[in-house]
Design a protein around this ligand. Structure first.
Ligand code: SAM
Length: 328
């Protein structure tokens, strides 16, 4: 029998899981998690490392090969390298990656690399300490040290994610691009999405990246490019260099038709779409003794619920979940 695959009702093959290991974060990005937020999941509801590994193993039986550790801030989950080692040892997992804000990367870069994490996405919205502090509540110098530690530890590729906001960091794009080019990183610009009250408020400062692209074209010759495992970004290479820039445009040009992913929240809920509420709770099943065969069958039922596309444009106030609680 050939390998089993997971295909949704729209013919999309699902082979990528974004795994939120915590809903906590040590930053408070203005468009993500509100200051003073208290509604975090209680620890008794967090999936244990063994529960997470069971779910991922069941997914691999259905042809899933790629897992990204995310959050919240995944480095806040205690013993994350131990979980990474458990997951990277699973037969079928070919690609274990991480999204992080890098505040704690100085101490965790080496252990995470040793545990089999290869690729890294870093959030970096500004290179100016005051703007960074204003946008995220964090210490830029510490984040930059974390990024250098990740680079030295051999994470590759490293992609820098920047949410572009009018009048806040829109004029820094070229500086962040230079920062990336000097280190061999790829910059990805992201349009803010109306997730939760914070994301919805950010829509007033959101920039259509088609406009930003036209601005960049005045300075660079952008050649369309394809990056393996590049995800939803549309990539361009800057002529005369190896530097790439990706544009992630959920609002101005959605990419739902090629969506290949689902998300698992820290409390064991499968979210079938970032911009819809379709979900499937796995924790009650795991804690009621579901068998492996049954678990695989439940994953198929869950995938059948995956909607065709997000509703960010049609119903911009619909999603009350913050990105941090979703597993970005
Ligand atoms: N803490 C990790 C990090 O910083 O990459 C992983 C989780 S974070 C929620 C993942 C990404 O979601 C970050 O790049 C962040 O900028 C982005 N994000 C959060 N809220 C968003 C929103 N409303 N619209 C667009 N991107 C958002």
């Amino acid at each position: 029998m050939g390998e089993q695959t997971l295909t949704d009702t729209f013919g999309r093959r699902i082979d990528y899981l974004r795994l939120s290991v915590t809903d906590r974060c040590d930053l408070r990005c203005s468009y993500c998690l509100p200051k003073g937020f208290k509604g975090f999941e209680e620890p008794a509801h967090w999936l244990t490392f063994d529960e997470i590994t069971r779910v991922v193993r069941a997914f691999t039986a259905l042809g899933l090969h790629r897992v990204r550790l995310t959050g919240g801030e995944p480095l806040m989950r205690r013993d994350l390298p131990a979980l990474a080692a458990q997951l990277s040892a699973l037969p079928g997992i070919e690609d274990l990656s991480l999204s992080s804000n890098c505040t704690q990367m100085e101490s965790l870069a080496e252990p995470l690399r040793r545990a089999g994490v290869r690729r890294l996405n870093v959030s970096l919205d500004s290179l100016r300490p005051d703007i960074f502090q204003q946008l995220t509540g964090g210490d830029l110098a510490r984040v930059l040290r974390g990024i250098e530690a990740a680079h030295s530890a051999g994470f590759a590729p490293i992609r820098v994610n920047t949410v572009v906001l009018r009048d806040q960091n829109e004029h820094e794009i070229e500086d962040i691009l230079d920062f990336c080019a000097a280190r061999g990183f790829t910059l990805r610009l992201i349009e803010a999405m109306p997730m939760g009250s914070t994301g919805q408020a950010a829509m007033q400062r959101s920039l259509d990246l088609q406009t930003v692209k036209r601005r960049l074209e005045r300075r660079f010759d952008l050649i369309p490019d394809i990056l393996p495992g590049g995800g939803p970004a549309r990539y361009y290479r800057l002529r005369g260099s190896e530097t790439r820039i990706g544009l992630i445009t959920p609002m101005s040009q959605h990419f739902c038709e090629t969506c290949n992913r689902v998300r698992l929240t820290v409390d064991g809920t499968l979210l079938l779409c970032l911009g819809q509420e379709h979900s499937y709770p796995l924790r009650p099943l795991l804690r009621a003794g579901v068998t492996d065969v049954e678990l695989v069958a439940h994953l198929r039922l869950a995938i059948a619920l995956k909607p065709e596309r997000h509703a960010f444009n049609d119903q911009p106030t619909r999603i009350v979940r913050f990105m941090s609680l979703t597993g970005g």
